[in-house]
Design a protein around this ligand. Structure first.
Ligand code: HEM
Ligand SMILES: [Cu+2]
Length: 588
């Protein structure tokens, strides 16, 4: 359906046009079916949850920096069930840790990267008037919302509080844990349903609603990244959804999918335990959760690629190899999952298989990262805020990726498994990596969404502070981990002799985290202030080439004034002999 007439005649779109004038406040801004409104809903929800997950982590960081020391003021407010006399209970630390991980991944990054950027930018970038299934799109958002409310609600339920078994919810612990775990599972079922509906919509939209002339090899890299991400979500989440229901049954219906025979808890034999297999959970969980780490990073790579091409005023170096690497990476991400399970006593043949696939999957990431670095070469670079975040993404993601290699080889993973080294490694990927990419994307597409620019000075303060602090937070965790200190210790290892020389690094890391929070204030201020006071701009403030920049800022309902067509590849910057240094994809 790449014929433009067919796009304009898309039934749901026609319906929109007809009812456009009649939509009241609720249908327009709350239960909207417009991909831009839904995208902004997702993005704001994601940002709020990132802030909330960040706050949980700041509380944990107090306990890690000063184990057992009462937290002034806030500690009292949190009550005796969590922090008697201001001192954190281990149970509460576990709640914070499990919920920080869950919220950051499933309610923060995914909603912002896929729900927010995917919904807002993808249809515009492919020249579509909306998503293929606008109503399903609305349902996806509200499923996420219900999942979020369920997760938040679990903090205040009378008995026991939120889930405490980590974001991985390993059995048998999670099968026998307090009622927060049940809420966690119900919340996850909502979140997974949301992602599945979204993924179907993204795939259909990308294939069916492309503008005339926009062949796959003319796609901006961002579209490719969202497209592959949608496949990962679609194929990886169903096993976890099934596993979630099974764990729920174990907890509430007396089944024992995951409970082994003869399990004894606190000296008592469990009545329903029998015949189940705890490792089954790990397989089902990581079959999702490994692809999930690519769901967290690929949209970020897509954003960074757009911004680098735009601000070096050059085509992306090796666009085709980047695309092929992306597809290969997506495929491979389904056959590496058991590198998280080297400690489970798997045989050498199995271990050899998963080590080999893990080494192979690092190749496409290296290709993409190298191509992005090569793209900088010889460019006349504009160092605006989006570009600064995008460029900083490269070494940060590089550190995260490289430090992952030892974890993919069992000989190194066995001592490093479940230490702070792992925490440092994956946070380099998702915090200074993904979060920087997402920040870059917010500064870059903000003028498209609002018609106004964000303030550059505030943006640069935000950037510089975040870059320094992120490293102060996470570098020490490598040192702590290499010294052998385990993750998930509520006292940072106070009880262990060998951990003593690392204790002061926890304070360094914590002060880094609290300062990092302060450097987010200019961003939060900028975000709201610029809605009303930012400099007004036209449709293409960055002199960019891709189709979304041909729509008015902000785009009206239906997005484009005419019917967009693609006449060339996405990155025709600095074409020799051209009048300007960019030749937009949408100009005949
Ligand atoms: C600057 C921001 C962040 C800081 C300072 C931070 C800090 C921490 C700390 C201290 C832990 C737990 C250590 C432990 O007791 O084992 C942790 C765990 C975790 N974090 Fe973060 N984090 C940040 C951002 C993120 C982001 C952006 C994500 C995901 C997208 C994320 C995902 C996780 C996950 C999945 C866990 C594991 C939870 C578990 O053990 O079950 N974090 N983080
Ligand atoms: Cu993995």
């Amino acid at each position: 359906m790449s014929d433009p007439g067919a796009i304009a005649a898309h039934p749901s779109h026609v319906a929109h046009e007809v009812h456009h004038e009649e939509l009241g406040f609720w249908r327009k801004y709350v239960f909207s079916t417009d991909h831009k409104v839904i995208g902004i809903q997702y993005a704001v929800t994601g940002l709020l949850f990132l802030l909330f997950g960040f706050s949980l982590m700041m509380l944990m960081r107090w306990q890690l920096a000063y184990p057992g020391v009462p937290l002034p003021l806030l500690g009292q407010l949190l009550g005796d069930a969590r922090m008697p006399g201001g001192t954190m209970l281990p149970e509460f630390y576990n709640e914070l840790g499990a919920m920080h991980g869950t919220i950051m991944v499933f309610l923060g990054v995914v909603p912002l990267a896929v729900g927010g950027f995917g919904n807002f930018v993808l249809p515009l970038q492919i020249g579509a008037p909306d998503m293929a299934f606008p109503k399903i799109n609305m349902v996806s958002y509200w499923c996420l919302f219900l999942g979020g409310i369920t997760m938040l609600g679990s903090f205040v339920i009378p008995a026991g509080g939120a889930a405490q078994s980590g974001w991985t919810s390993y059995v048998p612990l999670s099968d026998i844990a307090g009622s927060g775990q049940t809420w966690w599972l119900i919340g996850m079922i909502f979140l997974i349903t949301s992602s599945l509906l979204g993924a179907l919509n993204f795939i259909t939209t990308t294939i069916q609603l492309r503008a005339k002339g926009l062949t796959f090899m003319r796609f901006p890299f961002f579209c490719w990244a969202q497209f592959v991400t949608a496949f990962l979500l679609l194929l990886a989440f169903p096993p976890l959804e099934a596993a979630g229901v099974m764990q729920l049954m174990d907890r509430v219906a007396g089944t024992s999918f995951f409970l082994p025979s003869g399990l004894v808890v606190s000296g008592q034999a469990l009545t329903n335990a029998g015949g189940g297999n705890p490792l089954l959970w790990q397989h089902l969980f990581w079959f999702l959760a490994h692809p999930e780490v690519y769901v967290l990073i690929l949209p970020g790579m897509g954003i960074v690629a757009e911004i680098i091409a735009n601000n070096t005023r050059k085509p992306l170096w090796g666009y085709r190899s980047m695309v092929y690497s992306l597809i290969f990476l997506g495929f491979m991400s389904f056959i590496v999952w058991a590198h998280h399970m080297f400690m489970t006593g798997m045989g050498t043949t199995m271990a050899a298989f998963f080590q080999t696939t893990t080494m192979i999957i690092s190749i496409p990431s290296v290709v993409i990262l190298t191509a992005l670095i090569m793209s900088l070469w010889g460019g006349s670079i504009r160092f605006n805020t989006p570009m600064l975040f995008a460029v900083a993404f490269l070494p940060m993601f590089g550190i995260g990726g490289l430090t992952g290699l030892p974890l993919g080889l069992n000989i190194a993973d066995i001592p490093l498994h479940d230490t702070y080294y792992v925490i440092a490694h994956f946070h380099y990927v998702v915090a200074p990596g993904t979060i920087f990419a997402l920040m870059a994307g917010i500064y870059y597409w903000y003028p498209k969404a609002t018609g106004r620019m964000m303030n550059e000075t505030l943006g640069k303060i935000h950037f510089a502070g975040s870059l320094v602090c992120m490293n102060v937070v996470f570098m020490p965790m490598f040192i702590i981990g290499l010294a052998g200190v385990s993750r998930r210790l509520f006292d940072a290892g106070t009880a262990y002799n060998f951990a003593q020389p690392t204790m002061h690094w926890n304070a360094v890391s914590s002060w880094g985290a609290w300062t990092l929070a302060l450097f987010q204030l200019p961003f939060i201020f900028n975000f709201f202030w610029s809605i009303w006071k930012g400099e007004k701009v036209g449709e293409n403030p960055w002199d960019a080439t891709t189709i979304e920049w041909s729509a008015p800022s902000p785009p009206p309902h239906g997005n484009f004034l005419g019917t967009p067509e693609a006449y060339r590849g996405p990155y025709e910057y600095s074409v020799p002999g051209a009048a300007r240094d960019f030749v937009p994809q949408y100009e005949a």
